[in-house]
Write a protein that binds this ligand. Sequence first.
Ligand code: AP5
Length: 216
Amino acid sequence: MIIIPLGPPGSGKGTQSKKLMAECGWPQLSTGDIFRVAISNKTTLGLKAKEFMDKGELVPDDVVIGVIKDRITQSDCDEGSILDGFPRTLIQAKALDKMLSELNRSIDKVVLFEINQDELVSRLSGRRVCKDCGAMFHLVAAPPKKSGTCDHCGGNLIQRKDDQADVILNRLKVYENQTAPVAAYYGEKSKLQKVDASQSPDDVYKTFKELIGFHK
Ligand code: AP5
């Protein structure tokens, strides 16, 4: 199974991908997470990605396509994978089709997470992430037990640089201009399903699983 959760920043793609990965075992290939690890390790890829991510712009297509090509051909993706944050442009979507057809594989389901802009801004500006284990919190919707401290490992909670107000607005604009056409592309191929992402995480997950036909 190759599943693509698609949607604007803050719509819950990461939250839902992690839930699905925990239940079905298919790895979550999050391009955002791959870049954030590269940034913290100060690799060449990380330095390149940081230039774009800090401003809320997309990392160039050739860089992202190379990253996914390397990752999706690893053996832990043989049974399936969850592509969280890729593709984000039409060029990436077409490159993915080509890549998968060379591997005799294809996309099974694309699920669009629909939600209004005010809710996205509030989710992103309130998001806090553990610096050590990556666990995610929200100041209002999912606050940590002790302010600023991760419930799971005791690490410090930080705000992502791209979750600052001005960068959030740019990310939403970039989504409309460059990623919304990807949803239309999959719609034309009859691969697209939609979920109301403003519901609670558990309710979104229930529908997400129904849409991809995963039952356990
Ligand atoms: P990336 O890390 O992929 O960020 P994003 O797509 O902007 O998505 P987010 O992680 O912000 O949100 P999400 O939809 O996963 O929501 P989440 O579950 O975290 O990309 C970052 C950057 O990397 C890009 O801007 C770009 O520069 C670069 N990049 C990555 N991929 C690229 C590509 N393919 N091409 C080019 N550049 C690329 O939830 C958000 C918050 O809401 C959390 O606090 C959570 O607790 C809360 N929440 C989630 N669900 C609910 C719910 N149902 N109810 C209430 N609160 C909820």
